[in-house]
Design a protein around this ligand. Sequence first.
Ligand code: CMP
Length: 181
Amino acid sequence: MKVCFFTNLLYTSRSNEFIKIISLKFAKTKATFCNIFWGYFMTIQRTFSIIKPDATRRNLTGAINSKIEASGLRIIAQKRIHMSDREAREFYAIHAERPFYNDLVSFMTSGPVVVQVLEGQNAITAYREVMGSTNPSEAADGTIRKEFAEGIEANSVHGSDSIENAAIEIAYFFTNEEIVG
Ligand code: CMP
């Protein structure tokens, strides 16, 4: 009887230990899974932004920056420049064959712009959501383009559309020393 009681106790304490080990392993697996999930869907990225001439002309830099910051993105580099014809042509070279290319270059060089580097969780998608659709008539309420854009060309802001383009566009306007993360 005594032996039996002892064995039961031993068994119970062993099974408790077993449960503890299993739950610990499960907790670790859960944490690893969460990290992978979090890392996959929520990565810190940098994106490139331009506040376009239609917006600087109407003194909207601060209002646009407020929307950017309210979304959780950080402005880690910023400068106000007047794009040259060559810079605008090179920057928008991907649209060179489009019928609106020359007008777009003229518009982008028609006044000062503010070029920026933004950083945050999934910054590329996050900023595109804050900007709204290219055509302001299709942009969602509360977005920059819905509130401020004048039209499909004078649409107040530009944001990179991919990680690769963000890196290229950032490097086109900023040196590493100018980016203060
Ligand atoms: P952006 O995000 O800077 O990228 C390319 C730009 O081209 C776009 O914003 C608009 O300003 C402009 N654009 C796109 N489609 C048209 C269009 N159909 N007509 C005129 N401009 C356009």
